[in-house]
Write a protein that binds this ligand. Structure first.
Ligand code: AMP
Length: 242
């Protein structure tokens, strides 16, 4: 490994059900902090789009709303965390999703002389999650995420609806979240790393709640608290539902 982990870096896990806003919030915060957002779902969709054997396997599992086996996901994350940009800190979006993944993450970081310093759970009512996912659309050219009702796309957008955002699959993904991922709340609570934020409201409001929780967790020692004053809701008003 070329670089050792930075001492006061933000190493954050974002928890929350599908469509709770992890992707949108994680991307905004990562850009503000100058650290990567690592999304296992994005990595799997890239592998699928590249048409690799592994990508085909991921596609079959994702389209059913099921979870990819832990060992495969852990390997992806291990490789990603070894990249130089992740030594400055990172935001994990969609990983871990099971207790064995969380335990593996702790081991991977410990092997690198590092550890997580924050976990934030975005709690959102189920009806809102279903409405967000089923009306979520992505512009294929820009990657921009829109919501047909709350954040409508411009006429020029070339929209796609994620296969797994169709209602039947969303319900399965929410069930998988309740069955497997909700257990991470007590896991991180037990380590004193967790804060809950309310995921209802517009992205700027939820973003402010997340920054407040992160500043509490990192005790003001991370770069987020130094940067907080510039992060007014007005400047974030254009963020997306996601
Ligand atoms: P996401 O974009 O995070 O909602 O993930 C989309 C899909 O990718 C999920 O429904 C799973 O099928 C798969 N996936 C993403 N991350 C994980 C993970 N950490 N563990 C297992 N499966 C995952």
């Amino acid at each position: 490994m070329s670089a050792s982990p930075a001492k006061n870096a933000v190493r954050l896990v974002l928890l929350g059900a599908p469509a709770s806003g992890k992707g949108t919030q994680g991307a905004t915060l990562a850009a503000e902090l100058g650290i990567p957002k690592i999304s296992t779902g994005d990595m799997m969709r890239s592998a699928r789009d590249a048409g690799t054997e592994l990508g085909k396997l991921f596609d079959g599992i994702m389209s059913q709303g099921k979870l990819v086996p832990d060992d495969l996901v852990i390997r992806l994350v291990d490789e990603r965390l070894a990249q130089p940009d992740a030594q400055r800190g990172f935001i994990l979006d969609g990983f871990p999703r099971t207790v064995p993944q969380a335990e593996a993450l702790d081991r991977l970081l410990a092997d690198r002389g590092s550890s997580l310093n924050a976990a934030i759970d975005i709690s959102t009512p189920r009806e809102l999650l279903i409405e967000r996912a089923t009306l979520r659309r992505t512009d294929v050219r820009t990657g921009q995420i829109y919501h047909l009702k709350y954040n409508p796309p411009p006429a020029s957008a070339q929209l796609v609806h994620r296969d797994d955002d169709r209602e039947e699959t969303v319900l399965k993904r929410l069930d998988a979240y309740d069955a497997m991922t909700a257990a991470l709340v007590p896991y991180y609570e037990g380590k004193g790393l967790l804060r809950h934020v309310d995921g209802a409201g517009n992205p700027a409001e939820v973003g402010q709640r997340i920054r407040g929780a992160l500043a509490e967790l990192t005790g003001g020692s991370s770069s987020v608290s130094e940067r907080t004053p510039e992060l007014t809701p007005d400047r974030r008003g254009g963020a997306n539902e996601g």
